[in-house]
Design a protein around this ligand. Structure first.
Ligand code: FAD
Length: 286
């Protein structure tokens, strides 16, 4: 099916994109890679009268390191994230997860900002960003604001980005020493989307006990969220195989009890992928 017709605008700057959003109001939508928005438009679930293309805005491009953090422009493609030597060196989990999104075409078009703003419940990057403790910078006509990732995903396909805002940059703090992180995903064989994906970041402290754990899951709930029960259960332990297994069991607390489908199968997926992510993260922290 074809989308309804629309007027196309190419923004040259974030400022221009923000002005166009304000000018066209509810009838306007940003487009970056188009790999989530265009399918929705073709199904006529979205009928924007104005599309504002931000893919070539220079302020939204690039990956840099500054003051103990990585800064990734919102229009950076998944392929660029997966190929970045800086990201591989500093936060390898992010490069690995980006490299497993969809197929080569999806990775060449889809962007980090588009993925986060779209907040698809089966997308990979939301869980990874939650585990990494990132901060997101958004700009609107009144100025800029920073949104902690823990406050970003608010519902199915719903994020804290307001309709008149542009997500500009993702700030990923460098993990502290003795930290390991891993993303374990069971991909839908057709699309590559996560049936389940668990991202874990584990920091070891004195005596090699777990000082801090951030763990998040995508795929099995209306939106990606931290697995706080898993984090609590692992923190303070030596992260032995038994302790990891006990912590992983608590991933089921995040499942939507009223959802359709096989509850036992989902509980098993959540536990198995939490265990895999935790085990790999702990190995990498040692
Ligand atoms: C066949 C297929 C397979 C896929 N497989 C996977 C997968 O395995 N894992 C996965 O995670 N994803 C997958 N995706 C989704 C893909 O990663 C999308 O590209 C991504 O989710 C959206 O990025 P985009 O740049 O294409 O966004 P767009 O489609 O351009 O935009 C999506 C939404 O975000 C808004 N938006 C975009 N950029 C910004 C911004 N900077 N500020 C504010 N709002 C913004 C748009 O207005 C729109 O509402 C798949 C997609 C397809 C088509």
């Amino acid at each position: 099916m074809y989308s309804a017709s629309f007027e196309y605008h190419r923004a040259a700057s974030v400022d221009e994109a923000v002005k166009l959003l304000a000018q066209y109001g509810d009838g306007a939508k940003l487009i970056a890679g188009g790999h989530s928005l265009l399918p929705v438009m073709k199904l006529r679930f979205a009928l924007p009268a104005h599309l504002i293309d931000i893919r070539r805005v220079p302020e939204l491009a690039g990956i840099r390191e500054e003051n103990g953090a990585l800064y990734i422009g919102a229009a950076t493609t998944h392929a660029a994230v997966a190929a970045s030597s800086l990201i591989h060196a500093r936060v390898p989990m992010l490069a690995e997860a980006a490299g497993r999104i969809g197929d080569a075409q999806v990775r060449n078009m889809g962007t980090i900002g588009g993925s986060l703003a779209h907040a698809d419940p089966a997308a990979d990057l939301p869980a990874v960003m939650l585990a990494l403790g990132t901060m997101l910078r958004a700009v609107n006509r009144r100025g800029a604001r920073t949104i902690p990732i823990d406050e970003f995903f608010t519902g199915m396909f719903t994020s804290a980005i307001a309709p008149e805002e542009v997500l500009v940059e993702v700030r990923v703090p460098f993990p502290p020493p003795q930290t390991g992180a891993a993303y374990a995903k069971y991909a839908d064989p057709a699309s590559g989307y996560a049936v389940v994906g668990v991202a874990a970041m584990v920091t070891l402290g004195a005596g090699r006990t777990v000082e801090r754990a951030r763990v998040a899951m995508t795929g099995l709930a209306p939106f990606a969220a931290r697995l706080t029960g898993v984090e609590e259960a692992l923190t303070g332990t030596m992260a032995t195989a038994e302790q990891i297994e006990a912590a992983a069991q608590r991933a089921t607390e995040a499942l939507d009890a009223g959802a359709d489908g096989d509850a036992g199968y989902k509980a098993n997926l959540a536990t198995v992928y939490a265990r895999r992510a935790l085990t790999r993260a702990v190995e990498r922290a040692k």
